[in-house]
Design a protein around this ligand. Structure first.
Ligand code: GDP
Length: 462
């Protein structure tokens, strides 16, 4: 047991480090905003890692942590204290409407990080779909424990599914945290670490992550090793790279399209002294006072206030998750999935588009007429497969067969899809955030797709 003096000193040091960090390179406004999502098989240690990062970045005070520690000990579940810290922030979040829909935020030297999803829940995959749609970086948590990595990676394990979903949903960079390195069956074994990285790398490549988009780090979410401070050479002589937080801080993100026409995807709305909208700016710059068009209904609105992470600002840009107060529209007439656009360049809605679809393994064959739900950024709409246009050869990616009668699970194909209500989609190549979607049927993910071509009826083409 640590005595009080040591503990107080440690806390003071941590606070000091944090404040130097925040004063370090310039002011908070210069920090790059990144949204991260935790992915990985159940029990890989996502909640523990997430909670520990929040603790290390000063977001859970010591007294609360001690309370969790005592409760965890009394239940004989020592290692659970950090996962509980994660739950705590969630409870706090559910108490009131906050201006962000992320679970929690923390700062590193150069980055303002928003965790946009809650790991460890049954309903995790669906919320990951809408959440990961706004994520820049995925932290893929892998358990190094004997048997656990294997279980998560086999068929039916969530490692593959999550990595694939994350890629399709727009996660551009991946940090692979090989977790539980402290485990008795692992003991910071270089061999085990290399074995896991070696098995994962080809798979991640297949999913579409380039080697440059991935960084690898061995960690222990439980002991905290290699999370903030680098691992001690005595404990792990073979890894001399950066810690998880250092890696996160140093990620080079692609430049943001500040000068492009404004497009903000609407995630939520509510009433609080006027009509409020929550959303994420995908491109362009949004300023207080802007007159914009809400698509598909083409409603002209005026922005009367902009908040970025609880702070009122005069403007916000790509990647920012914002709250707006607006004039010109009723709360009931706003829906998740709408897109707020520059008047000069609105996204033209459609009810029909062609897409390349990848079916997951666990489904029966699919034929024309099949219906399911498409999650297109924050919108969820029933779609019908009107026509199967072509099936692709999995290895070459070339068209192998035209107009197939049916397609099998695991296949990739091109189809014409229709929706009953107009939606804002764009070809993936032209504008990725509005060009990708997930397909779900009876609560399970059955596939993912990218939009190839948007079909506009003659009257809408101008
Ligand atoms: P999640 O389902 O991915 O959110 O996983 P949890 O964070 O709930 O962790 C699952 C189990 O693994 C819990 O019993 C944790 O205490 C344990 N665990 C998580 N991280 C570590 C770690 O770094 N080392 C060890 N030894 N156990 C861990």
């Amino acid at each position: 047991e640590k005595d009080g003096v040591v503990q107080a000193a440690e806390q003071a040091v941590r606070k000091m480090q944090l404040s130097t960090d925040s004063e370090g390179e310039g002011d908070a406004a210069k920090r790059h905003h990144v949204n991260i999502v935790f992915i990985g098989h159940v029990d890989a240690g996502k909640s523990t890692l997430c909670g520990h990062l929040l603790y290390l970045t000063g977001n859970v005070d010591d007294r609360t942590m001690e309370k969790y520690e005592r409760e965890a000990k009394s239940k004989g579940r020592d290692t659970w204290k950090y996962a509980w810290a994660m739950d705590l922030t969630e409870q706090e979040r559910s108490k009131g409407k906050t201006t962000e829909y992320g679970v929690a935020t923390f700062h590193t030297r150069h980055k303002h990080v928003t965790i946009i999803d809650a790991p460890g829940h049954k309903s995790y995959v669906p919320s990951m779909i809408s959440g990961a749609g706004q994520a820049d970086v995925g932290i893929l948590v892998i358990s190094a424990r004997k048997g656990e990595f294997e279980a998560g990676f086999e068929r039916g394990g969530q490692t593959r599914e999550h990595a694939m979903l994350a890629k399709t949903a727009g996660v551009r960079q991946l940090i692979v945290a090989v977790n539980k390195m402290d485990e008795p069956t692992v003991q910071w074994s270089e061999e085990r670490y290399r074995e896991i990285c070696g098995k994962l790398a080809p798979f991640l490549k297949q999913v579409g992550f380039r080697a440059n988009d991935i960084v690898w780090v061995p960690v222990s979410g439980y002991t905290g090793a290699n999370l903030r401070e680098r691992i001690d050479a005595a404990q792990c002589p073979w890894y001399r790279g950066e810690s998880l937080l250092e890696l996160l801080d140093g990620l080079q993100l692609p430049p943001r399209p500040v000068d492009a026409p404004l497009r903000m995807t609407v995630v939520d709305k509510y009433k609080e002294m006027g009509v409020c909208m929550l959303g994420r700016i995908e491109s362009g710059t949004l300023r207080n006072g802007d007159r914009l068009l809400l698509m598909p209904p083409r409603t002209p609105i005026t922005v009367t206030g902009v908040w970025n992470d609880a702070e009122e600002v005069s403007a916000a840009g790509p990647g920012d998750s914002v709250k707006l107060t607006v004039k010109g529209v009723e709360e009931d007439d706003i829906h998740a999935g709408f897109v707020l656009c520059a008047e000069s360049a609105p996204v033209e809605p459609t009810t029909e588009f062609d897409a390349q679809v990848m079916l997951l393994e666990h489904r029966s064959i699919l034929t024309a007429g099949y219906r399911c739900v498409a999650h297109i950024q924050a919108a969820s709409e029933e779609v019908v497969f009107e026509r199967l246009l072509a099936e692709m050869d999995k290895r070459t990616g070339q068209i192998a067969k035209r107009y197939p009668k049916f397609v099998r699970p695991g296949s990739t194909f091109i189809a014409r899809l229709s929706v009953s209500q107009p939606v804002c989609v764009m070809p993936f190549k032209a504008f990725a955030p509005l060009g990708r979607f997930m397909l779900r049927d009876e609560g399970t993910t059955i596939g993912a797709g990218v939009v190839l071509k948007v079909r506009h009826s003659a009257s809408k083409v101008s």
